[in-house]
Design a protein around this ligand. Structure first.
Ligand SMILES: Cc1cc2nc3c(=O)[nH]c(=O)nc-3n(C[C@H](O)[C@H](O)[C@H](O)COP(=O)(O)O)c2cc1C
Length: 191
């Protein structure tokens, strides 16, 4: 089984990536393959809303998204990783997500269902500096719709509030443990 981790923070080794790697290690320990893509390292244009995907389900913009599409379609589980940026996904994660309009066209305009019945699932991992009750609401809603366009069931989220400096999560061993548990739960099919 293969899990793809889409790292959406511009900050290398930051809070969301640190937690995501803990999740990934736990999944790997169960014998799965885990691949990471750092979105900030790619050349990705935002969706142009051109409708070019509507007849084919394939994006006409040719850039590093080609590799992301292939990796997503090949994965059994996908972890979308993003810090909260202004109460939503980071620009990197949102731009990547918007490019799945091509998959939305494939599913909803062309009625092509992709890898149905295989139990593919997607999850959100997010971190925020503040602790308000609605801090992750926007990111969760957006992520649910991105996975729906990919034709992937939303499996839930792993969220840590109140972490701001780059390695703040390392000072929270309970959250690091929880990340490991989340990885185990993914591999065991419990989430
Ligand atoms: C552009 C930007 C916008 C942010 N907006 C918010 C916000 O709206 N609410 C919040 O609680 N934290 C916000 N943060 C803080 C990050 O969510 C927080 O530091 C997070 O842990 C960073 O994760 P990372 O290290 O993986 O990038 C923002 C940070 C940046 C750089």
């Amino acid at each position: 089984m293969k899990m793809l981790v889409l790292l959406g923070s511009p900050r290398k080794g930051g809070n969301s990536e640190t937690l995501a790697r803990k999740v990934g290690e736990a999944v790997e320990k169960e014998g799965w393959t885990v691949d990471y893509i750092r979105l900030n390292d790619l050349q990705l244009r935002s969706c142009q809303g051109c409708g070019g995907c509507e007849k084919t389900g394939v994006c006409v913009v040719k850039d590093d998204m080609t590799g992301v599409y292939e990796a997503v379609d090949a994965a059994d589980r996908i972890l979308l990783v993003s810090p909260v940026h202004f109460y939503g996904l980071s620009g990197q994660a949102k731009s990547c997500g918007d490019r799945f309009q091509a998959h939305w066209s494939r599913k909803y305009l062309l009625n092509i269902r992709f890898r149905q019945g295989e139990g593919r699932k997607g999850y959100l991992l997010s971190t925020s500096a503040t602790t308000g009750p609605k801090i992750f609401d926007c990111s969760i809603l957006t992520t649910r719709y991105i996975f729906d366009a990919m034709d992937i069931e939303y499996g839930g989220e792993f969220l840590v509030k109140g972490v701001d400096s780059r390695k703040a999560v390392l000072g929270l061993p309970d959250e690091m443990d929880r990340a490991e548990q989340f990885g185990r739960a993914i591999a065991a099919g419990r989430v």
